[in-house]
Write a protein that binds this ligand. Structure first.
Ligand SMILES: *[C@@H]1O[C@H](CO)[C@@H](O)[C@H](O)[C@H]1NC(C)=O
Ligand SMILES: *[C@@H]1O[C@H](CO)[C@@H](O)[C@H](O)[C@H]1NC(C)=O
Ligand SMILES: *[C@@H]1O[C@H](CO)[C@@H](O)[C@H](O)[C@H]1NC(C)=O
Length: 310
């Protein structure tokens, strides 16, 4: 627990004493984490990747990473079930929120001063830059320091890692992707920037984007439920989602295109990635699921799941 020193003047003793107040109770008012985008009114508002003039203030629209991907996983186990790391019943899990360039290429680990990934992947960037592993406190401590137990709780329910603790995955996603998303640049938070504000703000933005795409419910509404007995076709997954969002996301499959494991929703965003409107577009990446073979959308192992909707 972090303590802060507060001086209190005792009128009767004409002396001051220092008492310790726990960090958590310092925030009877939780600090805001939003950026300062007041300057954005002075420039044209556009959907990212659709600007016809140069975007001068990159805090106002994600650039060059204006093709935004909200990515999700479907997996049947975590490997850390015994430690309570389980999958949320009735929901896919969060992978992240990625900035692709408008042409589909992408950047990664753009700011090594904000490197919180304990196991960088890739460990060496295409230009030869080494990404040093993060050895300090996990990003969960940043969230706690901002008094955001609510956010941490949600992340532990829906943003689940496989084979390693959730916190490692969150640090990976921030450092690999958010540091390449211009609307989370430290400079966008203005002179009152508080360390790790951008990290907490990014996690909130990921969750907001995730809420736009309730994959499990959208599929289940079309009778597509996880099953170890009945398989589906790629076309069926695609048409079910298309009726709800007007676009075809990327479906990813393992096992030679026969086991559904991922979905990526592509969009252009009007305004910032934090608050702007997402316009979902067809995937620019061809599905890795077979167009001819049956596709399995497996039921999860019972002991790998838990109810979190209460
Ligand atoms: C859109 O803005 C980016 C960033 O300023 C710029 O590189 C690009 O040329 C702009 N696109 C057009 C068509 O002006
Ligand atoms: C993919 O198919 C090849 C050829 O049939 C097979 O050898 C391989 O084991 C399959 N891989 C998986 C992960 O199922
Ligand atoms: C369904 O099959 C998958 C893949 O083999 C397995 O991981 C899972 O435990 C199975 N689920 C149930 C409920 O049997």
């Amino acid at each position: 627990m972090v303590y802060t020193a507060v001086s209190i003047l005792l009128p009767f003793a004409f002396a001051s004493v220092t008492i310790a107040i726990p960090e958590s109770s310092r925030f009877s008012v939780i600090p805001n984490t939003f950026p300062d985008i007041s300057a954005c009114a002075a420039q044209p508002s556009v959907f990212s990747c659709e600007n016809t003039t140069v975007i001068q203030n990159t805090c106002c629209s994600p650039t060059p990473g204006g093709l935004v991907l909200q990515t999700q996983f479907w997996s049947t186990w975590t490997g850390l079930e015994k430690k309570g790391q389980k999958l949320p019943k009735g929901s896919w899990t969060i992978h992240g929120l990625w900035p692709d360039n408008c042409d589909g290429s992408f950047e990664q680990y753009c700011d090594l001063s904000r490197q919180f990934d304990p196991t960088p992947s890739p460990a060496i960037l295409p230009d030869g830059t080494v990404v040093p592993p993060h050895t300090g406190p996990g990003v969960d401590t940043f969230i706690k320091n901002f008094g955001r137990e609510d956010l941490l709780d949600f992340m532990n329910k829906y943003w689940i890692n496989q084979g390693a603790p959730n916190v490692d995955f969150w640090g990976h996603e921030f450092s690999k992707h958010a540091t390449c998303t211009s609307t989370f640049d430290v400079a966008c938070y203005g002179p009152s920037y508080r360390k790790h504000q951008d990290v907490v703000n990014f996690f909130d933005a990921v969750i907001r984007a995730f809420h736009q795409y309730p994959t499990f419910d959208m599929l289940a509404s079309f009778g597509i439920i996880p099953s170890n007995k009945t398989s589906y076709t790629l076309d069926k997954f695609q048409s079910a989602i298309k009726t709800q969002i007007g676009a075809i996301p990327f479906f990813g499959c393992s096992h030679n295109g026969t086991v559904l494991s991922e979905v990526w929703y592509f969009s252009h965003v009007f305004g910032t990635e934090q608050f702007g409107t997402y316009k979902t577009l067809d995937s620019t990446t061809t599905s890795s699921c077979s167009t001819t073979l049956p596709i399995w959308y497996y039921e999860r192992t019972a002991t790998s799941e838990r109810e979190v909707r209460n």
